[in-house]
Design a protein. Structure first.
Length: 253
């Protein structure tokens, strides 16, 4: 089997040469593509019974990609938007390979013909006070993790930060004295400063009392930072629990 047929060298070149050196994508975009491949390759490996480092281009067939997308939606319970995001990353990978290896052009065309799904246009809303109150009452603030979760929910509502922005927040980005504020690293590696409510600053202080400037604010059980997936899961779980009391949260979530 030639190196041009092995998938792993192409994946390495795609991640390091194409995304970083050629396209200079933002770190968040690079992580998104990497995460897609981190899910895709084990799936294809398991489906084909081939070790990941021995996968060849043909193992990543159109049928395998369709099965993976089905897995993303049905088993991982991801939204159509996430499914389309995963497919976009796969399209980029196969286009990268196809343009550099003409023998794979037919394969590239077949996979790139897999369509994106239409998503419903939604208006981003906001939580009414009864909804927010019900949500904030869910964590058990008597426990360390409950206090963290309460602070996380209030921080997200106060700042409008995305899950990955909260997950990457460092103690050094907080200013919790007079006129409390936070510096948030967002899309395109651009910083923005957001004022913090006194209530938000108050619940964040215990989380960073003994933290260094490079320590994560929202930490997991082992002390490492929460992932954006962890943030999503927490918010979804508390939203589901709060919807028992306030039914509109079921539709807003």
């Amino acid at each position: 089997m030639s190196d041009r047929n092995l998938l792993s060298p192409w994946v390495r070149r795609f991640l390091l040469e194409h995304l970083v050196a050629e396209r200079n994508f933002a770190r968040n975009t690079q992580r998104s593509y990497r995460d897609t491949l981190a899910l895709l390759l084990p799936f294809v490996s398991g489906r084909s019974g081939t070790a990941i480092d021995r996968l060849c281009v043909d193992h990543l067939s159109a049928a395998a990609v369709r099965a993976f997308l089905e897995h993303v939606e049905r088993e991982r319970r991801c939204s159509v938007a996430t499914r389309n995001q995963r497919l976009g990353a796969i399209h980029s990978l196969v286009r990268f390979i196809g343009t550099r290896a003409p023998e794979h052009l037919a394969w590239c065309t077949e996979i790139r013909s897999i369509p994106f799904k239409k998503t419903a246009k939604t208006i981003i809303g906001y939580l009414e006070k009864p909804e927010l109150d019900a949500l904030l009452q869910q964590p058990d603030r008597r426990t360390t993790l409950g206090a963290r979760d309460h602070a996380l929910l209030l921080f997200l509502y106060n700042t409008g930060a995305r899950a990955d922005e909260a997950a990457r927040l460092l103690a050094g980005n907080l200013q919790l004295g007079t006129s409390a504020s936070v510096r948030i690293l967002g899309k395109g590696d651009k910083w923005r400063v957001c004022p913090l409510w006194p209530a938000t600053a108050a619940v964040l202080r215990p989380l960073v009392t003994d933290a260094g400037p490079c320590d994560p604010v929202f930490r997991g059980r082992t002390g490492g930072p929460l992932t954006r997936f962890g943030v999503h899961r927490l918010v979804a779980a508390y939203g589901k629990a709060a919807s028992v009391r306030v039914s509109t949260l079921a539709t807003n979530g």
